[in-house]
Design a protein around this ligand. Structure first.
Ligand code: UTP
Length: 278
């Protein structure tokens, strides 16, 4: 396992997206577009930019639009071929040719940890990345957030979580870590707590939706009891690895938008609109 390179990216995309109802009643949250591109496509493009070529998507009921999106629509291709509109398909065609997609379903929504465990069948015994597509990341200055994380993984060969500083009052929305700085922007994690009250937060460093995980996490999740909110939390499972010094938190370069919330979604839309029209 130790020397295996990260090739696969897991996208847990089975959640209900209740904060976006009614939009998410029949459309998966991950298919909501920022400008013209669905959130999930941004995530897949980030994974490709980091050198990954195998996308493993954990879906649920009512998520079939995701599979159709990453496939060829022969009717559309036929209609649009040779017309002035053909360029609208360039980006998605490019994505489809650069990687493969496989899917599995999370039968019951028992939390992010459980969704990741549901993906085991697609990942197997190798290190893998996890992207939560509703956390949209961008780094104008250089490498994508996942590319930066792969670099950290290559050096330390252990699980990596991306963190950013948050206002303490928001700690109850995130997994929050504490640890010891081992290099600039790198912290060896010694404690992590899922959605703590501000008074109980071990720091102001919150985990965002980017992870590199080693496959030993699957056995640990299997043993993890439901935690906060009655869900099986990836934070609780990772704490077991952290106790052995096997989790590093990385303060990434770039910006992250919480597109699972309306405010973050609007912010991301404005940001990408400005970026594209400049
Ligand atoms: P969220 O809690 O942000 O997503 O989970 P949600 O449940 O879809 O949204 P709300 O709170 O109801 O509005 C973070 C990520 O984990 C996935 C979600 O799809 C999302 O990408 N997830 C969560 C699962 O795949 N399965 C679960 O059981 C829970």
């Amino acid at each position: 396992m130790k020397n295996k390179r990260v090739r696969k990216c897991l996208f847990p995309a089975a959640g209900y997206g209740t904060r976006f109802l009614p939009a998410t009643k029949a459309i998966p949250k991950e298919m909501l577009p920022v400008l013209t591109k669905p959130l999930l496509q941004y995530g897949v493009e980030e994974a490709i930019s980091a050198g990954l070529d195998t996308m493993a998507i954990v879906t649920g009921r009512g998520k079939r639009a995701i599979e159709d999106h990453f496939d060829i629509s022969y009717e559309l291709e036929h209609q649009i071929k040779g017309t002035s509109k053909e360029h609208y398909l360039t980006e998605i065609r490019d994505v489809i040719t650069k990687c493969t997609f496989s899917y599995t379903r999370q039968i019951e929504m028992k939390g992010l940890g459980h969704a990741i465990l549901s993906g085991e069948t697609l990942i197997g015994d190798e290190p893998f990345a996890v992207i939560l597509a509703d956390d949209l990341c961008d780094n104008e200055e250089g490498d994508s957030v996942l590319t930066q994380m792969i670099e950290v993984y290559e050096k330390y060969k252990c699980s990596i979580v991306a963190v950013e500083e948050i206002p303490l009052k928001d700690s109850n929305k995130y997994g929050v870590i504490a640890g010891v700085e081992i290099e600039e922007s790198l912290i060896r994690v010694i404690n992590m707590v899922e959605k703590p009250d501000p008074k109980d937060a071990p720091s102001n460093l919150a985990i965002i939706g980017r992870y590199i995980l080693t496959p030993d996490i699957f056995d640990i999740i299997r043993e993890t009891k439901p935690g906060k909110g009655g869900e099986i939390q990836i934070t609780d499972a990772l704490l077991e690895l952290a106790k052995e010094g096997k989790v590093i938190a990385y303060k990434f370069k770039g910006r992250r938008f919480d597109c699972g919330s309306v405010d973050g979604f609007v912010e991301a839309t404005n940001y990408f609109y400005k970026k594209e029209t400049l």
